[in-house]
Design a protein around this ligand. Sequence first.
Ligand SMILES: Cc1cc2nc3c(=O)[nH]c(=O)nc-3n(C[C@H](O)[C@H](O)[C@H](O)COP(=O)(O)O)c2cc1C
Length: 191
Amino acid sequence: MDEEQKGLAMSVADVIRRRRSCRAYRDEPVSRENIEQVLEAARLAPSACNQQPWRFAVVTDQKRRTRIIEEGFRRGIPMRWALKAPVLIVIGIKRSLIVHRAAVTLTKIDYPWMDIGIAGEHLVLQAEEMGLGTCWIGWVKQRRVRSIVGWPRDITPAAVITLGWPESPEAPPNPRPRKALEELVTWLPDE
Ligand SMILES: Cc1cc2nc3c(=O)[nH]c(=O)nc-3n(C[C@H](O)[C@H](O)[C@H](O)COP(=O)(O)O)c2cc1C
């Protein structure tokens, strides 16, 4: 992002349109202040019954990041690019006994997964506004990652978000394709 762009606040619509998954990072740390700012955006997310089941582990140490990437991701998808991200944020789920476990049994809807998706995307969009790049990684080995970040058994790692300064500050020109609204939306007639 150039100096002129930095001075202009982006609208939410601009942030959403600009965001891409970033898989190439500059070799430059992200300040603790910046990391706290993106975490704050996640903290403010809505959640079912306001349970706030998300937990975050911030991993900046290179050895621990490498262990997460080399041991904590399932094989099959190339993930070596993630070694260059200076920060990994592991998002975990801490379930409450009544609201989460009973609700899943009754409704078959797993609210904590929805909740952490919303919180994670708050984080991603805040990062985008700050010129930081992110990429969700969902292909995690839960037990392995839990042990690497030192979480107790009642917190389940659900995803990792890479965070760092993008190699190229410009939004990549070719966005991944999206389905057309006509394919996604059913407009119901007035009764
Ligand atoms: C829940 C989730 C899991 C994802 N897991 C991975 C992953 O394991 N590896 C990866 O490179 N990208 C991953 N992605 C990024 C998607 O591939 C990407 O969002 C999608 O292709 C659309 O591209 P865009 O984000 O650049 O618009 C994930 C995204 C989400 C939301």
